[in-house]
Design a protein around this ligand. Structure first.
Ligand SMILES: Cc1ncc(COP(=O)(O)O)c(C=O)c1O
Length: 466
């Protein structure tokens, strides 16, 4: 500890066993001036053409203040902003870059595929290869359909679940995010039998009334809802490890209880593994916890950083999807050769022996060290995570659901974020997001991160012991 972030003016050549490079792409030295002039100017101009200057709201830095950084380049564990500053990146494009940025093998495969054309709107051997890899790795998948985003996969899976069961209602959990699907942008109403309320203008009460938003990890609550309305429920959808209210693990028995309830009432269990898929292991959370859903949603890692999504599950359910069955779903760019190529190369590297053990071991070490540093500085935190995914919650108590996540000290998070950024560490600009570790994060990166975190916690806690 105590080592400073290495703003090298030269190339660091540290190759790890997986062949990813830790290579500082930008030459700037010293503490980062985060009000960089180029990012600022680009953001000002972007706001003239794009709503809020961004193509996805969280990128606007609203939760942490200031202007977002415009990123010009990524390599390994590092990203570089428009002003030439380098950061160790724990956003990793919100999860897909489990190998780090611009992995040489993925880049080479993409060049080769692109040279043969980028899209045909016809079947390719590449999409078959990715589909086979998914079915072989993920326990619940017998058939899988590739789409372009997690949102698209979720909306298709809900349509399918409703068609299969002949029912309308969907149970979701507050704090779980499933993309911007109308029927899931719903907040909880009050009382056990109260239906969901629209969480965004533009969602009709009719849509909202088919969704029940319940507290995560509260199996008793779900039991009560099923006892009253179980025959009307088409599906229960959840993140098996919640990662969009910060990382919240399922309580022991929660996933098993949902599996038992849905089976008993003839509803489908849908695991949204857009984040956990190929992050907790090749078989995702379902393999990790040994609870097998009826349908699974995938995205992020399976596209290696290109736009992708997938939904799949039991053969008899998936056989309802067109052209085999009557449930319509289609996509001009679905199974896109470039996205599929990046996905295949990524999964092949992840399949090498030791990858997940290494990620898990580094993730655990980072979580433990962050908790220790916070305690030493007198800053109450709950560092929660699994494998290579975690969140630092600024709270005295462990967080088990959205209500508890929402009570964390968001001002402290905001200061923590800015202190880390000033010291070259880029984490998600929101207290409700995860840190994503990649295979490209080296021991030196971890040390630099902890050195920056130590300074940040000290500033937050003013050096007091808990
Ligand atoms: C768990 C989960 N499901 C679905 C989505 C939506 O995926 P996309 O942004 O590709 O539409 C996300 C996005 O972050 C997600 O985290």
């Amino acid at each position: 500890m105590g080592r400073r972030f290495p703003y090298h003016g030269y190339i660091i050549l540290i190759y790890n066993i997986f062949g990813t490079r830790d290579l500082s792409p930008c030459p700037k030295k010293g503490m980062v001036n985060i009000s960089g002039s180029k990012s600022k100017a680009l953001f000002a101009e972007a706001q003239r053409y794009i709503p809020g200057g961004v193509n996805s709201p969280v990128r606007a830095f609203k939760a942490v203040g200031g202007d977002p950084l415009f990123i010009s380049k990524g390599e390994g564990s590092r990203i570089c902003d428009a002003d030439g500053h380098t950061y160790i990146d724990y956003v990793c494009s919100w999860g897909p870059h489990i190998l780090g940025h611009a992995h040489p093998r993925v880049m080479a495969a993409l060049k080769e595929t692109a040279a043969r054309g980028t899209s045909f709107g016809a079947p390719t051997a590449l999409e078959l290869q990715l589909a086979r890899m998914l079915v072989e790795a993920v326990p619940s998948l017998e058939l899988v359909r590739l789409v372009n985003s997690g949102t698209e996969a979720v909306s298709s899976a809900l349509r399918l679940a409703r068609a299969y069961t002949g029912r309308s209602r969907i149970v979701k959990f507050a704090g779980c995010y499933h993309g911007h699907v109308d029927s899931l942008l719903i907040k909880a109403g009050s009382g056990v039998s109260t239906l969901g309320l629209p969480d965004s203008p533009g969602i009709t009460p009719g849509t909202a009334q088919d969704t029940l938003a319940l507290p995560y990890n509260d199996l008793e609550f779900v039991r009560e809802v099923f006892a009253r309305q179980g025959e009307e429920i088409a599906a229960v959808i959840l993140e098996p490890v919640a990662a969009n209210m910060g990382v919240v693990l399922p309580r022991p028995g929660f996933l098993e209880g949902l599996r038992e309830l849905t089976t008993r009432f003839g509803a489908l269990l849908i695991f949204d593994e857009v984040i956990t898929g190929f992050r907790l292991g090749a078989g995702g959370a379902q393999e990790y916890f040994n609870v097998i859903p009826d349908l699974t949603i995938l995205g992020k890692i399976i596209g290696g950083g290109l736009p992708v999504g997938a939904y799949g599950g039991r053969r008899e359910i998936m056989e309802l999807v067109a052209p085999l069955g009557p449930v319509y779903q289609a996509g001009t760019l679905a199974g896109n050769p470039l996205a599929v190529t990046a996905g295949i190369a990524t999964l092949e590297i992840l399949a090498r022996p030791g990858t997940y053990t290494l990620l898990e071991e580094r993730g655990l070490r980072l979580r433990e060290a962050l908790a220790r540093l916070a305690a030493a500085a007198g800053v109450p935190v709950s560092v929660q995570g699994i494998a290579s995914l975690f969140t630092v919650f600024f709270t005295l108590h462990p967080v088990a659901d959205y209500a508890e996540a929402a009570c964390c000290d968001q001002q402290r998070f905001r200061r923590f974020f800015r202190l880390l950024l000033q010291n070259g560490i880029y984490i998600a600009p929101s207290p409700f997001e995860a840190w994503f570790l990649s295979l490209a994060h080296s021991e030196e990166d971890l040390e630099a991160t902890l050195a920056a975190a130590e300074k940040a916690f000290f500033a937050l806690g003013e050096g007091r012991q808990i």
